[in-house]
Design a protein. Structure first.
Length: 272
């Protein structure tokens, strides 16, 4: 496995380069994306870059968990060919304020409303990483569903020559969606956090057989139950194309949810 600090150190490859961008502190969820990339590409590149432009001023950029030795061992054991560790100068050659992509209304609702500027930072860093790594295929997790939809917009709007694929959300044994930030939770908080996925699964289970007005009551019940244990930011049925609240049962609906456990925010979703 090659550890590349500069994109120029990534060896050429003719049979397809699969790319998994991450912020490190790797876990089995990231590795499931690596396995997917591995099954479809001759060369797998995983990047680790804690991107300052996607964090708000009061967020955990400085404290974001980091463990490079562990990350490298995990990447190697999953057959990653290149771990790419760019520094900020390589990603933002004219400085981090020189460019910021505006992804329109879809980037200012839900996560975008609670984290202003977050998706501009995500879109900008992904566009830069695509230019640096030049992948044929890039894999992103369903866990960050709004990010997935926005990155597809980015790809389509700029006509980027890369195929995007989504990997399913990988979960802990109690069904909590895996996240680097789960390390902030103690075991009681981890137990409580699993209520989020329980309620998502419950609504998904009854969705097909339930009419819209009853579904709205069921969603309200979920909000109340989650709110008994966790601080609820949102739990809504949305239309994935626009990320607006859904107004009927329709193709392309999903439930998106976010909670806070102490200072830690947790995201989850299910496709309906
Ligand atoms: P991050 O390091 O949190 O920026 O995540 C890097 C990539 O891994 C993103 O595409 C995430 O959506 C994806 N990811 C994070 N957690 C999971 C998970 N539990 N299952 C699948 N993909 C995930």
């Amino acid at each position: 496995m090659i550890v590349a600090h500069h994109a120029s150190e990534i060896p050429p490859c003719t049979g397809g380069r699969g790319f998994v961008p991450t912020m490190g502190f790797l876990h089995a969820g990231h590795m499931s994306l690596v396995d997917l990339a591995r099954s479809k590409s001759e060369q797998v590149v995983l990047s680790i870059f804690v991107n300052p432009t996607q964090f708000g001023p009061n967020e955990d950029f400085k404290k974001y968990p980091r463990d490079l030795d562990r990350d490298l061992a995990m990447a190697e054991s999953h057959g990653v060919d290149v771990v790419y560790l760019p520094d900020e100068n390589e990603v933002y050659p004219l400085g981090r304020d020189a460019i910021s992509l505006d992804m329109g209304p879809i980037s200012t609702v839900y996560e975008g409303a609670l984290r202003p500027g977050h998706f501009s930072g995500v879109a900008t860093v992904v566009a830069r990483l695509f230019l640096l790594v030049q992948p044929n295929l890039a894999i992103f997790g369903q866990k960050d569903l709004q990010q997935w939809v926005i990155l597809n917009r980015l790809q389509g709007a700029l006509g980027l020559p890369v195929k995007l694929e989504m990997g399913p959300t990988f979960r802990e044994p109690n069904a909590l969606a895996m996240s680097s930030r789960n390390v902030y939770l103690n075991s009681a908080e981890r137990d409580m956090a699993s209520i989020l996925s329980q309620e998502l699964t419950r609504i998904k289970g009854l969705y097909k057989e339930t009419d819209w007005s009853q579904l709205k009551r069921d969603v309200e019940y979920s909000r109340t139950r989650i709110g008994e244990y966790l601080k609820l930011d949102y739990f809504d049925i949305i239309d994935m194309a626009t990320f607006k609240p859904a107004e009927s049962k329709a193709e392309g609906n999903a439930i998106v949810a976010a909670v806070r456990v102490g200072p830690t925010r947790l995201l989850d979703n299910v496709l309906l």
